[in-house]
Design a protein around this ligand. Sequence first.
Ligand code: 26W
Length: 824
Amino acid sequence: AWRKHSAHGFENKDEFEKEAVRHIETTLARSLFNCDELAAYSGTALAFRDRLVIDWNRTQQRQTFADQKRVYYLSLEFLMGRTLDNAMLNVGLKDAAKDGLTDLGFRIEDIISQEHDAALGNGGLGRLAACFLDSMATLNYPAWGYGLRYRYGIFKQEIMDGYQVEIPDYWLDFNPWEFPRHDITVDIQFYGYVRKYQDDDGKSHAVWEGGEIVDAVAYDVPIPGYKTGTTNNLRLWSSKASRGEFDFQKFNSGEYESSVADQQRAETISAVLYPNDNLERGKELRLKQQSFWCSASIYDIVRRFKKSKRSWSEFTDQVAIQLNDTHPTLAIVELQRVLVDIEGLDWEDAWKIVTGTFSYTNHTVLPEALEKWSVPLIQNLLPRHLQIIYEINLQFLQMVERRFPQDREMLRRVSIIEESQPKMVRMAYLAIVGSHKVNGVAELHSDLIKTTIFKDFVTIYGPDKFTNVTNGVTPRRWLNQANPRLSEIIKAKLGGDEFLSDLNLLNQLENFVDDKAFRKEWAEIKYANKVRLAQFIMAQTGVSVNPKVMFDIQVKRIHEYKRQQLNIFGVIHRYLTIKNMTPEERKTYYPKVSIFGGKSAPGYWMAKNIIHLVNSVAQVVNNDKDVGNLLKVVFIEDYNVSKAEMLFPAADISQHISCAGMEASGTSQIKGVLNAGLLIGTCDGANIEVAREIGEDNIFLFGTLAEDVEDLRHAHSYSQHSIDGDLLKVFDAINSGIFGDRNSFSAIVSAVADHGDYYLVSDDFNSYIKTQALIDEAYKNQEDWITKCITSVARMGFFTSDRCIQEYAESIWNIEPLPPASKA
Ligand code: 26W
């Protein structure tokens, strides 16, 4: 009923089949006789794409006519994963497709898995952006995403001899979900110089001249909401040699190669996603990416506003722009430049518009991740922007000086320009000064930014400028799509699927914790999901795992602060424990499968080392006759969104064990609990709020508190701290060489034992091991375990990204939904 308004396209199995076959035969020019799974995927995707396009056009028209405020979500990363399954579920015709594909001789799961992940992101920040797009469309907000159309997404990870190897991820061979808009092309300027002059009235002007021009071409991706006609737009920019600049002179005079070289240089800008997560390296090409994308997006937003013929004073009634971390901070400078240099507004009027438009989300407190760009680099690439940054800083510092006339130190500390050699632009400070709201992504994190890295700015602006929006995930992908069977039994119990759009309704599940039949189905579903994962592990690694034993999963980017090293030390401790047992004792010990997955940044030596250690431990443990099925260790190659959709439904327990205060939020713990797994975690990020919501009895928390971290680190730095007990045995085992590669592994040990243990692994090891023992014991009591799981799922309503978007909309963007007229 909710999509009756779409006049075209299919509504049932037979019409779906007709459409899919038509696309296979005409669009793809393939005969049905040699229709393989890839062709069937393509035909299915194209049939669904037609459906999306109709709703998409309607939505865009409606938004244009309604002429109300829109939000633009600027993110350098959108980690979308696969689209077909999501499109089928959101449009509500998955069953028609399933039956249609069966008629054609295919299993829908096989067809879905033909699709290449759209992996335009590193980890949490990019996946959050993707969840937010889903929620904004589902809640009918007029919202656009703006990003870059990388030719290569995050690299594919292969494990060779236990080492990570990076393979390029060329993903655009067949991408039915994007629409090139060759008519929407923006000239983007780089380099050059600034000419200043005074007009006849004595007003001074700046003109940015010379340099080179690169074209930004728009590619649009439809974002369907769940059970609504609203289909929003994600606009990704691709770089191309400028039509004006492409050197026909050279081309004609035979300098073919250098002419093509120019073209390739232009295309390099959007060629590849930087694979660093939480590490900033100050590369010029990255700055070019940021400014290319910010300029194109601001141009597009301003052009759309100008079509409405409103006065500039109404800009903030029409436009809100959210900065996903500091990566798009140049958009602040670019909007100020457009308003002052091109549209001729006074500085103060323009600045009021700018600060009323932007808001900034901080995703990390790690110092090495806070962006700083060198002044000479910006001077060369963006000479006018640098002047504007200096002017913004001057005005800001004058304001601070008026308010705190005694405090010279304050001026030095908060200056947007760091007086180093070379001088650096502190992008987070620029983002704060240019925004009206700044938010963190979990309560602890939002408190930490107010009391540490942005403390002075709270003094200057007052506390109201800073707020918290705790992260969430979309239950459409992370429950309904990832775990269809669990979703089905919840629908059956709650009498419908409303919980997928109103996740708090899950709390009714608590009424069924004692329902025997329900509990049985619940357990069967977890088991079936584990069987599926066991089959996958066998096919991928040749390791046989028993789906009847506990599956313990840690999947996320590999980073020392996330402490996969703590996990593998725990696994080694377990291995040593088993080795020391008599065969009799082993019979009553707790069997378990330890599953790891995640990519390391290609240049992060220590993280790669940790991957190697995990794989080496796996080799030894999995082939040790004494151990048998008591312990298996698995590293899942190339962890990505679609693998996450398989892994979380199969987890009995998942690990979120970052050093306290360092994981801004984390979002995978939400995926773990929502899929009926329990958590072991530190008091960090959103773990704390998960514990508050589901109850302390339903989560295994351990370890140091964020408030104690500084003192502990300090203690390590002056007293050579000695490692003893269980951790020492683990280190001795590693250093003995039983896992091979003694030399590189010794660096992992040394970081803890000799180099200050920055991530407090030794401080938390004992409580970690104790907590793991509690989990072993708890898992033995399956009845209690299932009660905990059902209760936890029932209490996860808060962590839907729909709630996040509502909070952003109401307290930061000030925008209203625009539902389709015929929403049933
Ligand atoms: C400039 C290099 C760089 C690249 C990426 C610096 C920082 C980043 C991201 C901000 C890292 C990131 O993904 N942060 C994660 O954001 C998630 C969504 O809010 C949080 O859940 C994670 O805790 C946080 O690590």
